[in-house]
Design a protein. Structure first.
Ligand code: PGA
Length: 249
């Protein structure tokens, strides 16, 4: 089922006291929209965040995970470890993971498989770079990112996948895709899903937009028919801004 979701990706921000303080602020906010609310704190604070939000409608999600079940992967975190601290959703394929940690489509396909095998919902991120858009290749790039990491899956797997279109040139830059650019790409993504899996998978898919979503532009972006919510970076670090975005629905 297609849902409205607003997820805050905290990235490598907020130590434990800051995590507790931001959650306290978030819990004071009022939600008037029907959007599902998620926050992705750093991995070391997931358990604390899970406990602090237990009685609320905020879901605590992870920013990343390894594909292996366990073993000699120093510094890494498995799907089962995330599950054991109350996490049921993981972000995979964020452009910062791709750019700074060399995550490829092939690696991401393995991570997606591991997450689904462990009953984790996946928020799968992808998006073109500025050079791709300037060359008019944005649809081709996005389509290949989706195909390479996801099109080995059965149609039934897609009920546990949320897509997040995040043009790299709009992330953390203050530059947003226009609502029309977001809508055009989301429509194209739905068409790509429809061609491979049919209309039910395509119509039921929740597709988020990410890249400099702020309180002052969220309403216009979310008003587009194929935009089902947002993955929010910078503006998710302030409780009032984050809830202004959530309430933009
Ligand atoms: P931003 O980040 O909102 O700060 O642009 C979005 C993201 O990286 O998910």
């Amino acid at each position: 089922m297609r849902k409205n979701i607003v997820a805050g990706n905290w990235k490598m921000n907020n130590d434990l006291p800051q995590t507790e303080a931001l959650i306290t602020d978030l819990l004071k906010q009022t939600k008037t929209s029907n959007a599902e609310v998620m926050i992705a704190p750093t991995a070391v604070n997931l358990y604390q965040a899970f406990n602090a939000t237990r009685a609320s409608n905020i879901e605590v999600i992870a920013q990343n995970m390894h594909f292996a079940d366990n073993g000699a992967y120093t510094g890494e975190i498995s799907a089962a470890m995330l599950k054991s601290v109350g996490v049921n959703t993981v972000i995979l394929g964020h452009s910062e993971r791709r750019a700074y940690f060399n995550e490829t489509d092939e690696l991401l396909a393995k991570k997606v498989d591991a997450a689904l095998k462990n009953d984790l919902r996946v928020i799968f991120c992808f998006g073109e770079e500025l050079a791709d858009r300037k060359a008019g290749n944005e649809e081709k790039v996005v389509e290949s990112q989706i195909k390479n990491a996801l099109f080995h899956l059965e149609a039934s797997a897609f009920k546990n996948i949320v897509l997040a279109y995040e043009p790299v040139w709009a992330i953390g830059t203050g530059e947003t895709a226009s609502p029309e650019q977001a809508q055009d790409m989301h429509k194209y993504i739905r068409k790509t899903l429809n061609n491979k899996y049919g209309s039910q998978v395509a119509n039921d898919m929740t597709i988020l937009y990410g890249g400099s979503v702020k309180p002052n532009n969220a309403k216009e972006i979310f008003s587009k028919p194929d935009v089902d919510g947002g993955l929010i970076g910078g503006a998710a670090l302030n409780a009032e801004d984050f809830y202004a975005i959530i309430n933009a629905f």
